[in-house]
Ligand binder design. Structure first.
Ligand code: C5P
Length: 220
C-alpha cells in the first residue's frame, strides 16, 4: 500500500467556480463545472499523492483517496489553500471570480423608480499569484488559462505575470466548459507542448504523470 510515483508528496488542487454573494439569496458565479480539476485531483491520488482538493460549489463526488475542503467564495478558497500548506505542488484549476460584491445584509428590493440597484465590485485576491510568491511556495506551481483566442500568447504572458512554473492553456472556444474533452497546451520554461484533444480524465492522468516526473518521484 501507499506505492505510486507521487507517494509521500502533498499536492493542493483548486477546482470549480466560486460564488460571490450579492445579498442573502443571490450570487455571482461562472460556468466552471469543476470536472477537470476533480479529475486531476483523482489522477494525482491514483499515483500515490496526498491530495487536498479545495472545491468551489459543484455537484461532483469526491475522487477516491482525496481530502476535500468545500468553499464558496474566492476569499474562502484563498484561506483554505493557505491552511493546506505546506505542499510539494499546487495545481490551480478553479475558475475564481475576479470580483466580489460587498454583499447587502438583507435582500435587495426592486426600487419604485425602476432604477436597478448599484452593484459595487471589489477585486478578489489572485490565489495562484499569491501562492507563487508565498514564503511557503510549493516547489511546483501550476496554473490554468482558459482562453478563447490567441491561446499560447495569453498563456505565456500569464505564466510570467503569475510567477508560476507551468500553465496549462485550455482552449475554451468550443464546448469545453462542462464538456467531456479538453484541448490543452502545457507551457513550461522549456516552451510549449501541445496535446491532442483528449477526454478530461486523460488530460488529468497525463498531467499527473508530468508532475510526478517533475517532482522526481518516478522510482517508487
Ligand atoms: O487570471 P486568470 O483567471 O485568467 O488566471 C487563471 C489561473 O489563475 C487559474 O489557474 C486560476 O485557478 C488562477 N486564479 C486564481 N485566483 C484568482 C484568479 C485566477 O488562483 N483570483
Amino acid at each position: 500500500v501507499g506505492g505510486g510515483a507521487l507517494s509521500g508528496k502533498h499536492v493542493i488542487v483548486t477546482a470549480g467556480p466560486t460564488h460571490e454573494p450579492i445579498d442573502p439569496v443571490r450570487y455571482i458565479a461562472n460556468r466552471s463545472s469543476g470536472r477537470q480539476g476533480f479529475e486531476i485531483a483523482g489522477a494525482l491520488a491514483a499515483i500515490g499523492a496526498e491530495v487536498t482538493l479545495v472545491a468551489g460549489p459543484v455537484a461532483l463526488p469526491t475522487p477516491a483517496g482525496v481530502r476535500r475542503v468545500d468553499v464558496e467564495t474566492a476569499l474562502e478558497m484563498a484561506e483554505a489553500v493557505e491552511q493546506a500548506l505546506p505542499a510539494d505542488a499546487a495545481v490551480m484549476v478553479a475558475a475564481v471570480a475576479d470580483w466580489r460584491a460587498e454583499p447587502s445584509a438583507t435582500k435587495i428590493k426592486k426600487g419604485g423608480d425602476g432604477a436597478p440597484p448599484p452593484l459595487r465590485l471589489v477585486e478578489n485576491p489572485d490565489i495562484l499569484a499569491g501562492l507563487a510568491a508565498a514564503k511557503k511556495r510549493p516547489g511546483l506551481v501550476v496554473g490554468f488559462a482558459a482562453e478563447t483566442n490567441d491561446v499560447l500568447d495569453h498563456a505565456t504572458a500569464k505564466r510570467a505575470r503569475k510567477g508560476c512554473d507551468w500553465i496549462v492553456a485550455n482552449d475554451v472556444s468550443g464546448d469545453v466548459m462542462g464538456g467531456s474533452d479538453n484541448t490543452v497546451h502545457l507551457v513550461t520554461d522549456a516552451g510549449v507542448e501541445s496535446w491532442e484533444r483528449l477526454p478530461k480524465p486523460m488530460v488529468a492522468a497525463r498531467l499527473a504523470q508530468r508532475i510526478a516526473e517533475a517532482l522526481g518521484g518516478l522510482k517508487t
